[in-house]
Design a protein around this ligand. Structure first.
Ligand code: DGL
Length: 269
């Protein structure tokens, strides 16, 4: 197969990385995509660095079996703790989601007070603060782990009173610190965007890094001369999971707005 026609590999611990798939499909409409959601082992956000690194390597090896030309780690937890370990160890480029989100947050903040929300592992890693302060040491950063958001999203509870109460509990402290920008530092959280917006009001800008990740992926492919040209028909998008596909298909359809087709269960994990 010609190098440029090889698929892009994207993985996440579950359904959340579909937020990145959606933007990659929009920004790179000629690219085939292989997505892997590690639904048997989600959540990653409460696991140790060693475990998340091991899972991430296994997921990358799975995607490489499908001859991918680029790997996007569409998981903030894995990007926070595993990217620096894995990024130079494979023959294809591997990119994460932290840097694109940080660049966007610094572009849109007006008062240089940024809130970060993510899993416990992402927040404890300090990955966002480090990245922000490497670009602008004066920006104030406040972080909040929101461990209940992921199970709510995996359950498809995107707009229930319970979810709204949980969101208010997590988010109001960041608002009261004066943050005018909040980074949705977990690929599951964009599915809660309407709810989060309702809780925080219009004065706070929400940064969902998926769009920036897709733009960065376009740049990386272009740098490597790997951008696919125009195809006859729509390129294929393949979905794989490590546990039963039903819930993934249901939440995924709701989010992507189309049926995911044949979601395959694989057993590399
Ligand atoms: N997708 C993960 C992330 O972006 C959240 C879910 C998990 O904890 O595995 O951090």
């Amino acid at each position: 197969m010609k190098d440029k026609l090889r698929p892009i590999g994207i993985f996440d611990s579950g359904v959340g990385g579909l937020t990145v798939v959606k933007e990659v499909m929009r920004t790179l409409p000629n690219e085939e995509i292989i997505y892997f959601g590690d639904t048997a082992r989600v959540p990653y956000g409460s696991k140790s660095k060693e475990t998340v690194v091991r899972f991430s390597i296994e997921n990358i090896l799975f995607l490489l079996q499908h001859n991918v030309k680029l790997i996007i780690i569409a998981c903030n937890t894995s990007s926070s703790v595993a990217l620096s370990v894995v990024e130079r160890n494979f023959k294809v480029p591997v990119m994460g989601v932290i840097k694109p989100g940080v660049e966007e947050a610094l572009r849109v903040t007006r008062n240089n007070i940024i809130g970060i929300i993510g899993t416990k592992a992402t927040i404890n890693s300090g990955s966002y603060e480090k990245e922000i302060h490497s670009i602008d040491a004066k920006t104030k950063v406040y972080s909040m782990a929101c461990p209940l958001f992921v199970p709510l999203v995996e359950e498809g509870w995107l707009n229930t009173p319970v979810t709204k109460d949980v969101a208010a509990e997590y988010l109001m402290p960041l608002k009261s610190k004066g943050a005018d920008t909040i980074v949705l530092g977990c690929t599951h959280y964009p599915l809660l965007k309407p709810m989060i917006r309702e809780v925080l009001g219009s004065g706070v800008t929400l940064v969902d890094s998926a769009r920036q990740v897709a733009c960065r992926a376009r740049d990386v492919l272009s740098e490597h001369n790997l951008l696919a040209g125009k195809r006859k028909g729509k390129p294929d998008v393949w979905f794989y999971v490590s546990d039963e596909p039903d819930n993934f298909s249901r939440v995924g359809r709701r989010f992507l707005g189309f049926s995911l087709g044949n979601v395959r269960k694989v057993s590399h994990v």
